[in-house]
Structures are given as C-alpha cells and as structure tokens.
Design a protein around this ligand. Structure first.
Ligand code: ZN
Length: 504
C-alpha cells in the first residue's frame, strides 16, 4: 500500500512533466492565434512541432509503462471511481495509444499541420483551394497512416474518432446521426413553410467595444472567473487550458451582426466553465481535462443555446442589451428579438447556423471525412462534392470555396477524421443532461430568468465538471441521466422551442 502510494507519486511526477510540455504548446498555439504577427508562423510551427515531439517522448517513457504494470494489482483492488484507479485506467489508455505511434511520425505530422494551417490562412481569403490542395492530400495520407498504427479497426475512421470521442465508432455515429436526421429533416421542412422571421435589426452597426462589455458582463454572471482566465480576440474562437488556474477563451466580433460575438463568447465560456470546474487535483494528469469532444461541446452548446438563446434568459437580459444599444434595439420588442436570434435559416456557415440546421452541417462534414479516409472520395473532387451536398441537404449552394470547402479550419489545422462528430454528439448530450438538471432542480428556469446561474452551474460541477476524464462519455451520460445517449431529448427540445416560435 505504502509502496503503491510512492509509485503513484512517481507516476504523477512523470505525467506532470508531459502535461507541462502540452501546456507550453498550448501557450504557443494561443499566442499564434491571438497576438503573434503573421510572419512568425513558420518559426512557431517548427517550435510547436518540437514541443509536441518532446511531449510525445515523455508520454511514451517506458518508465510509465513499468509503473502501470506494477500498479495494476493495486488498481484492481480499488473501486472503479477511486481517484487512483481512475488515474491508472486513464493513463493506461493514453499510454497504449501513444506508444503505438512513433515520436518521429508525430513530430512530422505536427510540423505538416503548422505548414498547412499557414497556407489555409492565405488560401481562404484568396478563395483559392489549389493553394492548399497538395498539403491537404498529404494530411489525408498522414491521417490514414495514423489510423493504421491501430490495426484491427472495423472502419479506418474508427481510431481517429476514438481519439476525440473515446468509445465511438463510425458505425455508432452513423446510427445516431441517421435517427436524428430522420426527425430533423421534417422539422426543417415544416419551418420552411412558415413566414420568414425578420432579423434585419440584428445587422445594424453594433460597436465592438459595447459588444465586448455586454459579453463580459453576462459571462461574469455565468460564473467565468477572470482571476483564473482571460478573454482575447481571435479569428476563429476557441478555448484553451494551461492549468486549473488559467483557462483562456477567445472571441471575435462582427460590428454588423450582434449575434456573432455574443454567442461565440457564451459558447467558449461553456467550454471554460467545464475546464474550470475540474477537480484541481487532477491537474497534470490524463484526468485533468474534459472527457471527450462530445461532452465538451455539450457544455458550450448548453450555455450558448439552451440557456443563452432561451426566452427566460432574454426576459432578464433584454433591458440590458437595449440600454447598451438604444438606437439599434430601443424600439424592438423582446419577442421580436427572441424570434430573430432563433431564426431558422439554412445557411452556408456552420458556426453561424441556427440550432435546427446546425446538425446537418456536421453530418455533411462527418460523411466527407469518412469517405476521404475510405478512399471513395478524392481530394480533387472535394470542393465540388461539398457544393453538391449543400445543395441537396440544405438547399443552398456555396458560390465560392471560401464559404465552401475552405470554411472550417479543422482539416487544415489537424487531421482528417474524428473532427466533427463531437459537435452533434454535443448537442444531443447537452439536451439530455439539461433535462436531468431540470428534473433535479426545476427552479433553474426561474433562476435563468433572473440572471442567476449558480444552481445549474453547481449541479454541472457536481455531476459533470469535477470528474474531468475520470469517466468516459458513455459512462458519464449514463451516470448523470440514467440512460445511454439518446436522440429524443434534443428532438423534444427542438420541437418544443421551435414549434412555439414558428407556430407548428
Ligand atoms: Zn465548441
């Protein structure tokens, strides 16, 4: 026992060093996407690749493997949710994954990602897919190689999906997406029959500084702790964690659309509240982060949409946004504003999509990734197939690649595979978890209507956040809601809310 305690300490010390290298890389990445001048890109990509390779070397140190072997009998003597048992289990999973991939390969891949990201930042404004075509082809090649370090999969996308949503497979995602799609498409069609909602007043001039002030005021009410975090400007908003005492969010503002900055601020804050709520004792170990991209996205989408686009929320905050923008909104009634921010309108841009059509954007991307990896779709056909899928699934055709194939950073700053399913899984999980929260505390709705969020946040901390990666997504959902992941809670939420707004 005493021997086990000493070995746990040794293991934690090794893991802390690897995690610190990861945090160092996160600082480099955060800086690259916020303040770094563009000419710094090449050197920064090289530096990030070096740190990434060093981190991978630390994570695959045979000493970790030996300690895990020695600690296994101890872990087996403990309850499943014991901190040490969970640490050993999560470290074993990460270690087995890491040792399958050579450090040299990881280093080369990180460097390639940096180069591709840099190309993409120029290709998108130039609306020129050919500038990144070769790099993307290489990314596909590397993504396939990466998957093939994990032989025995049922589908080549499975190992890559497993990286971000452990336990998920191509088959499982297809089944869930198929069920969801069957119910979403009729809802989109029914809404399309109804008169369009006027949202023109949201597209007046809204000065950035006022938008920023409003956002900061709301996320302070949410519980974002500026003593343990910062908010900065970026082109593509994200959240990143350096430690339990330092979680960064980033945002961007469109001075001619008040939705953009506000809802992306609420979204990234949802991610940050998750990371800030993780038990600080898990810092520097595989337990010290959100458990999957789906669960992470469930938290961001909950605070952005289920809370932040609800009528009770705006009943409280509308006077505040009206007094911030009296010229723009002074004569707009609350109901018109609420309907406008929830307008359903098939569009080209995923991150700006309404709650109903959003998942159709995700499904397009998920299917394309799978087909690219399978080899049933080629990189050269990708821009055209993207346009064709938008035409058939959303009824609109991108007029250029900028808002088509070049739109999302994911394939240009990472691998191809496992990048998108988490967004829709997150929507499903958020609705299911929120139902459970309301069941436990029906007063949450009333509190949101008074600008108070502590009952919801404390319940989430207690049931979801504090655990970090102690439980896999499936285990967590089952523990928190009493059932496995389901499509029905999201459809109940969407049908209820948008049935009301559109009078269906
Ligand atoms: Zn997100």
């Amino acid at each position: 026992m005493a021997d086990s305690a000493a070995k746990i300490q040794q293991l934690k010390a090794l893991l802390q060093e690897a995690a610190d290298l990861g945090s160092v890389n996160s600082v480099l990445g955060w800086d690259q996407q916020t303040y770094m001048p563009v000419e710094g890109n090449a050197a920064r990509s090289r530096q990030s690749a070096l740190i990434g390779r060093l981190q991978h070397e630390r994570n695959t140190d045979p000493a970790i493997g030996h300690l895990l072997d020695e600690l296994t009998p101890y872990a087996e003597s403990l309850p499943y949710d014991h901190d040490d048992a969970s640490l050993i289990r999560a470290t074993r999973r990460a270690y087995e994954q890491n040792i399958k991939v050579p450090s040299q390969f990881m280093g080369g891949m990180y460097e390639h990602m940096g180069i591709t990201y840099d190309l993409w930042t120029r290709a998108r404004p130039a609306n020129d897919f050919s500038m990144v075509r070769d790099a993307l082809a290489k990314t596909l090649d590397l993504s396939r190689q990466l998957a093939n370090y994990f032989p025995g999969y049922a589908h080549i996308a499975d190992p890559l999906i497993d990286f971000s949503d452990t336990g998920m497979t191509t088959e499982k995602v297809r089944t869930i997406f198929g069920k969801l799609r069957a119910q979403l498409v009729p809802l989109v069609a029914a809404i399309a029959e109804r008169p369009a909602i006027d949202d023109s007043f949201l597209r007046q001039h809204y000065p950035q500084a006022d938008q920023m002030r409003l956002g900061v005021s709301i996320i302070t009410d949410y519980g974002f702790d500026f003593g343990r975090g910062r908010q900065d400007l970026t082109h593509h908003p994200f959240m990143t964690r350096f430690s339990s005492g330092d979680v960064r969010i980033t945002t961007r503002f469109d001075e001619y659309d008040v939705r953009d900055g506000l809802f992306s601020t609420l979204h990234e804050t949802g991610h940050a509240l998750y990371e800030l709520g993780i038990d600080p004792r898990y810092d520097g170990s595989p337990l010290g982060g959100g458990t999957s991209s789906g669960v992470h996205e469930s938290q961001s989408r909950m605070w952005e949409n289920i809370v932040g686009r609800s009528l009770p929320f705006w009943t409280h905050y509308y006077p505040q946004i009206q007094s911030t923008f009296p010229k723009q909104l002074g004569n707009v009634p609350l109901d018109a504003f609420y309907r406008a921010i929830n307008k359903v309108n098939p569009s080209l841009i995923r991150v700006d999509a309404d709650e109903v059509t959003y998942n159709l954007h995700v499904m397009i991307r998920f299917n394309l990734e799978v087909e690219l990896l399978e080899g049933t779709l080629s990189i050269d056909d990708l821009p055209e197939v993207w346009r064709a899928r938008y035409t058939s699934d959303l009824g609109i055709t991108p007029s250029d690649d900028k808002d088509g194939i070049l739109q999302d950073v994911h394939w240009y700053g990472g691998i191809i595979g496992g990048q998108f399913q988490g967004y829709t899984l997150g929507n499903l999980i958020s609705a299911q978890i929120y139902e459970a929260a309301l069941q436990a505390h029906p007063e949450i709705t009333r509190e949101v209507g008074a600008g108070k969020f502590s009952t919801l946040l404390n319940w989430l901390r207690q049931n979801v956040h504090q655990h970090g990666s102690k439980f896999l997504a499936d285990e967590l959902i089952e523990r928190v809601t009493g059932s496995p992941l389901q499509v029905e809670p999201l459809m109940r939420y969407l049908n209820g809310k948008f049935g009301g707004i559109y009078g269906l």
